[in-house]
Design a protein around this ligand. Structure first.
Ligand code: DC
Length: 221
């Protein structure tokens, strides 16, 4: 099991996908599951603060991961969940116990067979604390905002630099300060600052570290 955590825009998504492909592992994008649940809440027209209704909804809704697609009650929402609005709602909902209690056990089950790269905020701290290799990716706020802007542009969504920076900073603050499973580096995670590095450089660096860990498992010096 390999975990990759870090703040929004640190490059986790692309890097995790390429690393998994390089190693012949499966990829589990845990953020996509949170986004899918948030999408279903928005679609049902529920307010995040309406706790009883939210609880009923979360208990009923089915979130499935099928390869690299994410499906809510039989509908493929993989592309729809990438909007800035869904990102903001996801960050709010992922603070709630009722939401985390639904998705965390699913993620553990999906990772249990191994040969998997998990990507998210709490995969190395809460979902798979026993993972063999843990990474924590970070980059400057400037660079993360710029990457998010390019990613959205590729999907046909234009946001200005100031908005991208403010959105990312707000999500960082919310994801790091929440009481349940906050974003933080696991004490045994390898921290990689991706500022100024290309995706290929980061993937190669991580793959080398995985190789090294295979040759010299932890505890051997
Ligand atoms: O990585 P992402 O942008 O798709 O994640 C969307 C939101 O989901 C993020 O702001 C916080 C939440 N999230 C979480 O709380 N725990 C995870 N393991 C993954 C994502």
């Amino acid at each position: 099991m390999i975990t990759i955590d870090g703040p929004a825009g640190a490059g986790k998504g692309t890097v995790a996908r390429r690393l998994a492909a390089r190693l012949g592992y499966r990829l589990l994008d845990t953020g996509a599951m949170y986004r899918a649940l948030a999408w279903s809440v928005a679609r049902a027209g529920l307010a995040p603060e309406d706790t009883p209704a939210l609880r009923r909804h979360v208990e009923r809704v089915h979130v499935d991961v099928e390869g690299d697609r994410v499906v809510v009650d039989g509908r493929d929402v993989t592309d729809e969940i990438r909007s800035p609005e869904i990102a903001a709602l996801t960050s709010r909902l992922s603070m709630l116990g009722v939401v985390r209690d639904k998705l965390t056990p699913m993620q553990r089950r999906m990772a249990a067979t191994g040969g998997v790269v998990l990507e998210g905020r709490d995969t190395g701290t809460v979902v798979c604390p026993d993972a063999e290799v843990k990474f924590y990716l970070d980059a400057s706020l400037e660079e993360r905002a710029h990457r998010r802007q390019l990613e959205l542009r590729a999907r046909g969504v234009e946001v200005d630099t100031e908005t991208a920076r403010a959105d990312i900073a707000a999500r960082d603050a919310q994801d790091s300060s929440r009481a349940l499973a906050p974003l933080r580096r696991a004490s045994d995670a390898i921290e990689v600052d991706t500022t100024g590095l290309s995706v290929e450089q980061v993937v190669s660096l991580l793959a080398e570290m995985v190789e090294r860990r295979r040759r010299e498992p932890m505890g051997c010096g």
